[in-house]
Design a protein around this ligand. Structure first.
Ligand SMILES: Cc1cc2nc3c(=O)[nH]c(=O)nc-3n(C[C@H](O)[C@H](O)[C@H](O)COP(=O)(O)OP(=O)(O)OC[C@H]3O[C@@H](n4cnc5c(N)ncnc54)[C@H](O)[C@@H]3O)c2cc1C
Length: 385
C-alpha cells in the first residue's frame, strides 16, 4: 500500500496496541486513519514474540480493571471481528516460595475478589496437588484463577488489522517513521523513507521503541527495552494436558505453559541490561533450562523445538502510559512492561476514546499519564513476571 500524503490520525507501530487502536478508531467512525509499521509484517515486535498469556491476576486495581474489560473482549473476539484467537482458559497458577510473596499473594487475592475476580488462594499442599509432576516442596502458597489462560497473539493482531482495513484504515508495512515534525508546539507531520504524511494527530504505539519515537518529537518517554526469552520442548504427554495451567514460580520468574504436545518455558533474567538485542542469550537459556529441570525433572528428557527472544517495554512503575504529551496532538500508548498483550484490546479502545472524545470512558486510566513520572505519582505492580 502506498503512503498517503495526509491523514487525520497516524498511528506509529503495528503491534497489538496500534492494531487495536486502528480498529477502535475506525469502528467509532474516524476517517483517514493510517497505521505505520517499520517491519514488513504487523505484529513482528513484542506482540509476535510474547507468551500469549492472559490473566486477571494483578496486584493493582487499575490492572485488574483493565483485565476485567480486556479479557471479555478477547472472549467475544470471534463474534465481533470474525477471527478465532484460540482462547484456552487453562488458568494461571502462581506459586510463592517465600513469606514476602505469600503475603503479597494474600493481599492480591483479596483485591481481586473485591473487584469480582474469583481467584483462589492455595496452600502449599494445594499447589503440589495441582501440579503433581512438578517439584514444589518449597511452595508456601499459591493463587489460581481458571479464566486466565492463553491466546494466539498473531490472530489478535491480524484480526484487528484486517477489520480496520475493511473500515478504511490504511495499514502500511515497511514504513518506519524516521522523524516527527513539530511546529508551534504541535505535531505537523511524520517522516518516513518513502515520504512524509501531514497530520495533526499522532499516536505513539511503538512498544519497546516508544522512547525513540518520543524523542523524534522531543518528548522523553521513560520506556526501557529489556530482553526476555523462552523455548519450547518436544512432546511431554505426561504433563501437556488440557488442564495443565500456566504455572509461574514467582520468585524465579520461571514459567511453564502447554504449547502443542510439549511445553513453553521462560524465565526472566533479572540482570538483563536494557538494549535492543533480540538474539537468544545461550548462557541464560542454559540457566533457565537447569531451573526448569529442578522444578520439573521430566523436562530433562525433552528436546528443544524452538527458542526466541523479544523485548519487554518497561516503565519505572511497570504500568503503561496512556494519553497526551507536552506536544499538542502527540499521544502515547505504550510501556505495558511485559504484560500488555492481554490489555491490547481495551487499550486501543481507550485511546480511541481519548483521541475522539478527549477523555477515557471505559476505564479511568488518567492516573497512568506521562506526567506521573515527573510528578512522582508512580503506582507499583507486584505481579511482574
Ligand atoms: C518474551 C515476551 C513474553 C511476553 N509474554 C506476555 C504474555 O504472556 N502476556 C502478555 O500480555 N504480554 C506478554 N508480553 C508483553 C507483550 O508482548 C507486550 O506488552 C505487547 O505486545 C506490547 O504491544 P505493543 O503494540 O506496544 O508493542 P509491539 O508489539 O512491539 O509493537 C510495536 C511496533 O512498533 C513498530 N515500530 C517501532 N518503531 C517504529 C517506527 N519508528 N516506525 C514504525 N513502526 C515502528 C515495531 O516494529 C513493532 O511492531 C511478553 C513480551 C515478551 C517480549
Amino acid at each position: 500500500m502506498d503512503l498517503p500524503n495526509t491523514a487525520d490520525i497516524v498511528i506509529i507501530g503495528g503491534g497489538v496496541m496500534g492494531a487495536s487502536a486502528a480498529y477502535h478508531l475506525a469502528k467509532r467512525g474516524a476517517k483517514n486513519v493510517v497505521l505505520l509499521e517499520k517491519e514488513e509484517f504487523f505484529g513482528a515486535g513484542a506482540t509476535g514474540r510474547c507468551a500469549g498469556g492472559v490473566r486477571y491476576q494483578f496486584s493493582t486495581e487499575i490492572n485488574v480493571k483493565l483485565s476485567l474489560e480486556s479479557l471479555p473482549m478477547i472472549e467475544r473476539f470471534k463474534d465481533e471481528i470474525g477471527q478465532d484467537v484460540n482462547y484456552r482458559q487453562c488458568g494461571y497458577l502462581l506459586a510463592a516460595t517465600n513469606e514476602k510473596d505469600a503475603a503479597a499473594f494474600r493481599r492480591n487475592v483479596e483485591l481481586q475478589n473485591r473487584l469480582g475476580v474469583p481467584t483462589q488462594l492455595l496452600s502449599g499442599d494445594e499447589v503440589r496437588a495441582r501440579v503433581p509432576r512438578m517439584r514444589f516442596d518449597d511452595a508456601l502458597a499459591g493463587t489460581f484463577n481458571q479464566k486466565d489462560g492463553l491466546v494466539d497473539p498473531n490472530s489478535v493482531v491480524m484480526g484487528y488489522v484486517g477489520a480496520a482495513q475493511k473500515m478504511g484504515v490504511k495499514a502500511v508495512g515497511r514504513a518506519g517513521v524516521t522523524g516527527i515534525a513539530v511546529s508551534g508546539g504541535n505535531v505537523k507531520s511524520v517522516e518516513t523513507a518513502s515520504g512524509s504524511v501531514a497530520t495533526r494527530t499522532v499516536l505513539n504505539a511503538a512498544g519497546p521503541w516508544a522512547g525513540i519515537v518520543g524523542g523524534m518529537a522531543g518528548v522523553r518517554i521513560p520506556i526501557l527495552p529489556i530482553r526476555r526469552q523462552m523455548f519450547t520442548t518436544t512432546p511431554l504427554p505426561e504433563v501437556a494436558h488440557e488442564d495443565f495451567p500456566f504455572v509461574i514460580d514467582f520468585a524465579q520468574s520461571l514459567y511453564f505453559h502447554r504449547e502443542g504436545e510439549g511445553l513453553l518455558i521462560g524465565m526472566s533474567n533479572q540482570n538483563q541490561k536494557p538494549g535492543f538485542d533480540q538474539n537468544v542469550d545461550e548462557d541464560f537459556e542454559l540457566a533457565s533450562l537447569e531451573a526448569a529441570v529442578e522444578r520439573m525433572p521430566l523436562v530433562e528428557k525433552a528436546g528443544r523445538v524452538s527458542h526466541w527472544a523479544g523485548l519487554y517495554e518497561v516503565t519505572p512503575d511497570a504500568h503503561p502510559i496512556f494519553g497526551g504529551t507536552p506536544v499538542g496532538g502527540f499521544s502515547v500508548m505504550a510501556g505495558f512492561s511485559g504484560h500488555g498483550f492481554m490489555h491490547g484490546p481495551v487499550a486501543g479502545k481507550l485511546m480511541a476514546e481519548y483521541i475522539l472524545d478527549g477523555a477515557f470512558q471505559t476505564v479511568d486510566v488518567s492516573a497512568l499519564d506521562l506526567a506521573r513520572f515527573d510528578e512522582g505519582r508512580l503506582i507499583q505492580e507486584y505481579n511482574v513476571v
